[in-house]
Design a protein. Structure first.
Length: 651
């Protein structure tokens, strides 16, 4: 095998590109700039390390004691202490206190099957110098990413797309099918990305690369086939709380201070309460608030912080703040997006980093795992309505789900039935739960250029997605089917890829997610759906388990999804002007025509409405964000990649 193998992780703003260039020099020239790179013939491993465990353990990829195996690793193995003890009992010895060495020794002992022993969030690669084979693995839920490309002369991989784009044979051309998937189901379907030359290892997957080719397989997948009835609700709640407590406990393992995000919602408050009340850990917490009251949750954040006794710090976000950082948000997300929600989290991670923290615990994953999203309620109501499609009362239940969407409250039953697809014939679709959301999002594709649409002629994103479904999917409870779609696709492809991991690591902050501990996920997958959602009471079991643990004002509040201002972040309706120069510069008819993704006339009309404050519907709001973020992607990655890299290094 001839290739460059490198795990290139963000460490601040620009280490990825610098390490990539050192690797290329190391393989081709063996020059003096190749320091920090492990080289074995035509293969090179390197990484830029965010030191959290074993701060004195060095920065270069690690080799096994006999020199056969070399590992490069991004992430954390939270159960490395227990795993180390088991390996010592088997006669193994260690030179460091790092989880990296534990992972390497576990691979020596167990080979690719070692991933079954890991509790963590990881992307790692091991080069076997004897077998001349490369093994790569990504964690179960896809917290940590692995991108790769196969060129005529090399196999290259990295934690960031832009590290791959440094290689002269990896292009940055936008993939229409990747964009089509993102503008329908919110994220590309791995291994596809939004770049033609770049692929992504799916969550819970491993890969072997050798002279026979590339082979990929799943090492883990959530299974909803076997529902286990607990002895009682109280017993199930106790089991859940026990698992969560241990998940939080091991995620405090670090040689640096650990903080927490406190959003004011149920999930992050439960994590904080476990740390403070059950583990007795002193905790500093952080949050964002919004000047726009429709999005602000400060009162709940303050109530939780006061009740739990955390030292709490908050930052306030205005519309102009989002427009100001959005180019950097897209640069680090490495994909377009449909909402501005990642931008406040980008600012929050900078605030956390400036406060001296490298690690934060958050509540991500609880909605997917324990049934918290409105889409789960919506699907239940739609199934209930589809059984009596002529009912006048049943569609009114939909209006109760979205009190924060006033326009929806005014719509007649005929509109609701058309929009929400509550017809008997719709029940047969494997994507019934997501049809309204995906159908609304897909209307953004009306703004694509004719040439771009022509490349998509005959392509069916739903058919491609259907091919990825597990064989047992059709036999699962409909509630579990919806959970699978959220956990398998939206969670890694959108929540973590644009809001969680990427925005935190943009400022060298590592997010840790107790609800994504695979033990919690597997436990929840076997719960009867009615324990996750009792009628329309979301996350029923988590609420039951947290009674007396968290403030009642938080536990009893209605579900409020995390949102941020959309179109208003980019246009000031009072003046009719863009809030940042880049907004206007990247959306002129000439620029839109040059980049070729969108129809200049249609976009110009849309943005004229936006400038006047006339974009009120969710569909057009998402279209504005999609257009602006895609134009930023084209500008930063396709048109000016070298210049953006230089700017990033200078920053």
């Amino acid at each position: 095998m001839c290739g460059i193998a490198g795990e290139l992780r963000r460490h601040g703003q620009s280490a990825d590109e610098a390490v990539a260039r050192r690797m290329i020099r190391a393989v081709h020239h063996r020059g003096p700039d190749a320091s920090g790179v492990e080289v074995d013939g035509p293969v090179a491993l390197a990484h830029a390390r965010l030191s959290i465990i074993d701060l004195a353990g060095g920065v270069q990829p690690m080799a096994s004691e006999d020199g056969r195996y070399r590992i490069t690793f991004n992430g954390e193995i939270f159960n490395y202490v227990e795993l180390r003890e088991r390996l010592i009992a088997r006669g193994r010895r260690f030179r460091t206190d790092s989880d990296t060495e534990v992972l390497l020794v576990a691979y020596e002992e167990l080979g690719p099957d070692c991933v079954a022993e890991l509790n963590g969030q990881w992307a790692f690669a091991v080069w076997d110098t004897k077998a001349k084979s490369l093994f790569l693995s990504r964690d179960r839920l896809g917290v940590r990413p692995i991108y790769y490309a196969e060129t005529p002369s090399a196999f290259v991989f990295a934690s960031e797309v832009r590290a791959l784009l440094v290689h002269p044979d990896v292009g940055a051309e936008i993939d229409p099918r990747g964009i089509d998937q993102l503008l329908t189901i919110w994220a590309p379907i791995p291994p596809r990305t939004v770049f033609r030359d770049v692929r992504e290892l799916p969550p819970g997957s491993s890969m072997r690369v050798d002279d026979t080719g590339v082979r990929t397989w799943r090492h883990w997948q959530a299974d909803y086939s076997e529902v286990a009835m607990p002895a009682s609700v109280d017993a199930a709640a106790d089991d859940l709380l026990t698992l969560l407590t241990d998940a939080v406990r091991i995620r405090f393992r670090a040689d640096v201070p650990v903080g927490g995000y406190l959003s004011g919602g149920l999930d992050s408050t439960v994590v904080t309460a476990i740390a403070r009340k059950r583990l007795g850990v002193k905790l500093d917490t952080f949050s964002v608030g919004f000047e726009d009251g429709a999005f602000d949750e400060t009162q709940y954040q303050n109530a939780a912080a006061e009740a739990l006794g955390t030292h709490h710090a908050s930052m306030r976000i205005g519309h102009g703040d989002i427009a100001g950082v959005f180019p950097d948000v897209v640069w680090h997300a490495e994909r377009p997006m449909l909402r501005t929600a990642p931008a406040p989290l980008f600012l929050l991670s900078r605030f956390v980093h400036d406060s001296g923290y490298k690690v934060v615990l958050t509540g991500e994953g609880a909605d997917e795992v324990l049934g918290g999203y409105d889409i789960f309620k919506e699907a239940k109501v739609r199934r209930f309505w589809a059984q009596q499609p002529d009912s006048v009362l049943r569609p009114k239940l939909l209006q109760r789900l979205y009190p924060y969407m006033p326009d929806l409250q005014k719509q007649p039953a005929a509109y609701l039935q058309g929009f929400f697809n509550a017809r008997p014939e719709d029940l047969a679709s494997p994507f019934f739960s997501h049809q309204p959301r995906w159908g609304m999002t897909a209307r953004t594709k009306l703004f694509l250029s004719d040439a771009f649409k022509a490349e998509l002629a005959g392509y069916d994103v739903y058919a491609e997605l259907a091919e990825t479904l597990p064989p047992a999917f059709a036999s699962w409870d409909p509630f579990c089917q919806a959970q699978y779609l959220e956990t398998e696709h939206l969670l890694p492809g959108y929540i973590l890829a644009t809001q969680g991991d990427r925005m935190a690591m943009a400022h060298a902050v590592e997010g840790r997610f107790p609800f994504l501990d695979h033990r919690v996920v597997s436990f929840a997958a076997k719960l009867p759906p009615r324990l996750k959602m009792r009628v329309l009471n979301e996350k029923f079991l988590l609420k039951h388990a947290s009674a007396g643990l968290i403030p009642e004002v938080v536990r009893a509040r209605s579900k409020q999804p995390y949102r941020a201002p959309g179109t208003a972040s980019f246009y000031d309706a009072a003046t009719g002007k863009a809030r940042a120069d880049w907004v206007s510069a990247l959306t002129t008819p000439e620029r839109l025509s040059q980049d070729g993704v969108f129809n200049p006339g249609a976009v110009t009309r849309l943005l004229a409405k936006a400038a006047k404050g006339q974009v009120t519907g969710t569909r057009d709001d998402m279209a504005v964000v999609a257009v602006l973020s895609t134009q930023l992607l084209a500008d930063r990655f396709v048109n000016n990649f070298a210049g953006q890299m230089s700017h990033d290094r200078a920053a």
